[in-house]
Design a protein around this ligand. Structure first.
Ligand SMILES: NC(=O)C1=CN([C@@H]2O[C@H](COP(=O)(O)OP(=O)(O)OC[C@H]3O[C@@H](n4cnc5c(N)ncnc54)[C@H](OP(=O)(O)O)[C@@H]3O)[C@@H](O)[C@H]2O)[C@@H](O)CC1
Ligand SMILES: [K+]
Length: 500
C-alpha cells in the first residue's frame, strides 16, 4: 500500500471527485459515515461525546460526524474553534445541515468558551487535519492544550490536530495526543515515525474508496506493507523439492560469552526453511552449537574465543554457499575485523550483515564498498547512526536511510516499531507487524537467521527483507496474543514462526 504526501492526497481527493464522479460534499459524507461506523462499534450509545471542529474540511468532517451520531442518538455537543477568518465551502454546507437538527453548537473564541471535559466523555478531534501547515497558536493552541489535559478519551479524525502529515513538527509544537487516530484511505507518513507515537495512539485506516487508478499511478518512495501483500511474496514448495532446493547457508557468529546469539540465529534460520545450515563458531562454541542445534553442521574456528575465519576442518569456501550471514554475537576483535577484510571481497551473492559486523563496518567504512550488491544490513537506530551520522528528526533519518541504501546498493532493515526496509532503488517499505515485546535481547539474531534462510531459498533481497521482517513481527504478535508482550523471549519468537 502506498503512502502519499499531502499534495498527492489533495490531488487524489480531486481525482475522485472528477472521475467517480462524486460531489465533494458527498465524499465528505462518505468519510464521516465510515468514521461513525467505526465509532459506533467502539463506543456505546450512552457515551457523552464532544466534537471539536475547525473551519476547514477536517472541521466539515466533524460536523457531518456530529449529525450522523445524533441520528444514532449519541449525546453529542459540538464546539467550533474559530481559528480563521473564513470557513471552507463543505464546512459551511455541513454547518447549515447540522443547525437544522441541533441547537447544541457552540463557538470557541476565547479560553472561557472551552468546555470542561470529564473522564467518561469522548472527544472527537476535528480541528485540523492534513491541511495543518503551521504551529497551532492562539485559541487553537489553548483548545488543544485543554483537550490534552483532560481525562477524556480522544479520537482524532484523519490525523491529530497540529501534527503535520508529511513533514517534521518543531519540538515545542502543541499537538493533540489522541487515544485513537482514524485516518482516511492511506496511512500518512507521520503516523509511522517513532517521535510521533504520542500524537497517534492506536490507529486504523478507513477505506473511503478514493480513486484507485490515481493511487496506482502516483509516484512515491514510501510503502506500508499490508499482511496480504507480504503473504503474496511467500512461495509454495514443490512436492519434488529436496534439501538442495532450499540452499545451504553459512552463519559466521558467536564469541566467548555470546554463543546464545549464534544458537538463536541458527535455530531461526532452520525454522525459516533453509535447506542446509553450517555455522562457524569460535572453538569454545563447538559443543554448545552441536548440542543446542543438532540440525546444523558446525565448523569450529581455529581461535578459541573469537572468529578469525580460519578453520582446520575441510569444507567449501564461504563463497560456495548460497548465502552467508555475519554478525550475531561476533564481538569486534582485531582478528574478526581481519576476517571481514579477507572475506568480503571473495563474496558475490547477497549476504546478511548484523550486530557487531555492522559496528565493524561503521568503524571501517571502506569495507562498505566490499559488500556484495543487494546484501541486507539490519541495524537498529543506534547502529545506523554509527554507519551514517546523527539526525535532527525522523524525516532526516529517512533521507539518510534512502541515501545510504542507494549509494551502497544494499537493502537496509532499520529495526524498530514499523521497521523500515530501504531498497537500493530508493524505496522504503514500512512493516505493519510487531509489538514492544520484541524489544528484548536475541530477537535481532532471530531476524538475521530468518533473512539468511529466505536468501538461501532464492528470494531476492528486497522480497526476503520485506517478507522476513513481516514474519518475524507476526511471530512476535502471536506470542504477545498468547502471553502478553512482557517477558517475551527470542526463543518464543522462533517457536511462533509460521509460513503459510
Ligand atoms: N483528502 C481527502 O481525500 C479527504 C479529506 N477529507 C478531510 O479534509 C481534511 C483536509 O482539509 P483541509 O485541506 O481543508 O485542511 P484542514 O486540515 O481542515 O485545515 C483547515 C485550514 O486550517 C488552516 N490552518 C493550517 N494550520 C493551521 C493552524 N496551525 N492554525 C490555524 N489554522 C491552520 C489552513 O489554512 P491556511 O491558513 O494554511 O491556508 C487549512 O486550510 C482531511 O484531513 C480530512 O479530514 C475528507 O473530508 C474527505 C476526503
Ligand atoms: K484532526
Amino acid at each position: 500500500m502506498k503512502i502519499l504526501n499531502v499534495d498527492q492526497i489533495r490531488a487524489l481527493d480531486q481525482a475522485t471527485v472528477q472521475h467517480e464522479p462524486i460531489a465533494p460534499i458527498n465524499l465528505m459524507e462518505r468519510a464521516a459515515l465510515s468514521f461513525v461506523n467505526w465509532f459506533a462499534d467502539q463506543f456505546p450509545h450512552s457515551s457523552p461525546t464532544k466534537i471539536f471542529c475547525g473551519l476547514g474540511n477536517n472541521g466539515g468532517d466533524g460536523l457531518a460526524i456530529a449529525r450522523l451520531l445524533l441520528e444514532r442518538e449519541y449525546p453529542v455537543e459540538v464546539f467550533v474553534v474559530r481559528h480563521a477568518p473564513r470557513e471552507s465551502d463543505d464546512f459551511m454546507h455541513n454547518h447549515r445541515r447540522l443547525k437544522l437538527v441541533t441547537d447544541k453548537i457552540r463557538y470557541i473564541e476565547q479560553v472561557q468558551d472551552i468546555p470542561t471535559l470529564r473522564h467518561n466523555e469522548i472527544v472527537i478531534d476535528a480541528i485540523l487535519g492534513s491541511g495543518a501547515s503551521r504551529p497551532a497558536e492562539g485559541i487553537v493552541k489553548t483548545t488543544i492544550e485543554a483537550i490534552n489535559r483532560a481525562p477524556a478519551t480522544v479520537v482524532s479524525v484523519d490525523i491529530a490536530s497540529g501534527l503535520y502529515a508529511d513533514k517534521p513538527n518543531e519540538p515545542g509544537d502543541i499537538i493533540i495526543e489522541p487515544d485513537y487516530t482514524l485516518t482516511f484511505q492511506l496511512p500518512k507518513l507521520a503516523l509511522l515515525l517513532p517521535k510521533n507515537g504520542r500524537y497517534v495512539g492506536e490507529w486504523h485506516m478507513l477505506d473511503i474508496q478514493l480513486h484507485k487508478r490515481f493511487i496506482d499511478q502516483a509516484p512515491t518512495p514510501y510503502y506500508f506493507t499490508q499482511p496480504h501483500e507480504a503473504r503474496l511474496l511467500l512461495r509454495k514448495r514443490d512436492r519434488f523439492s529436496n534439501k538442495g532446493t532450499f540452499g545451504h547457508a553459512l552463519l559466521l557468529a558467536g564469541s566467548y560469552g555470546k554463543m546464545g546469539a549464534a544458537v538463536l540465529s541458527a535455530r531461526a534460520c532452520l525454522r525459516a526453511g533453509v535447506g542446509l545450515l553450517t555455522v562457524q563458531v569460535p572453538r569454545c562454541g563447538y559443543d554448545i552449537l552441536q548440542i543446542a542445534v543438532p540440525e546444523a553442521m558446525c565448523r569450529p574456528d581455529t581461535h578459541e574465543t573469537v572468529l578469525t575465519g580460519q578453520t582446520a576442518v575441510d569444507g567449501p569456501e564461504p563463497a560456495a554457499y548460497t548465502t552467508v550471514g555475519i554478525g550475531p554475537g561476533l564481538g569486534k576483535a582485531p582478528e574478526t575485523l581481519a576476517m571481514l577484510r579477507t572475506l568480503l571481497p571473495t563474496l558475490a551473492k547477497p549476504i546478511v550483515v548484523d550486530a557487531d559486523a555492522l559496528n565493524l563496518l561503521a568503524e571501517n567504512r571502506d569495507l562498505l564498498k566490499k559488500l556484495p550488491p543487494n546484501s541486507i544490513l539490519t541495524p537498529h537506530p543506534k547502529e545506523f547512526e554509527r554507519l551514517t551520522q546523527a539526525w535532527a528528526n525522523d524525516y532526516e533519518k529517512l533521507d539518510l536511510l534512502r541515501d545510504f541504501a542507494q549509494k551502497n546498493r544494499v537493502v537496509v532493515v532499520l529495526k524498530g516499531a514499523y521497521s523500515a526496509v530501504a531498497t537500493p532503488n530508493g524505496e522504503v517499505h514500512f512493516n505493519a507487524t510487531g509489538n514492544p515485546g520484541l524489544s528484548t535481547g536475541g530477537t535481532g539474531d532471530v531476524l538475521t537467521g530468518i533473512l539468511m534462510a529466505l536468501l538461501a531459498q532464492g528470494y531476492d533481497a528486497v522480497e526476503a527483507a520485506v517478507l522476513g521482517v513481516y514474519a518475524h513481527g507476526l511471530a512476535g504478535d502471536r506470542v504477545a496474543e498468547q502471553r502478553g508482550p512482557i517477558g517475551m523471549t527470542a526463543s518464543d519468537v522462533i517457536d511462533a514462526l509460521r509460513w503459510h
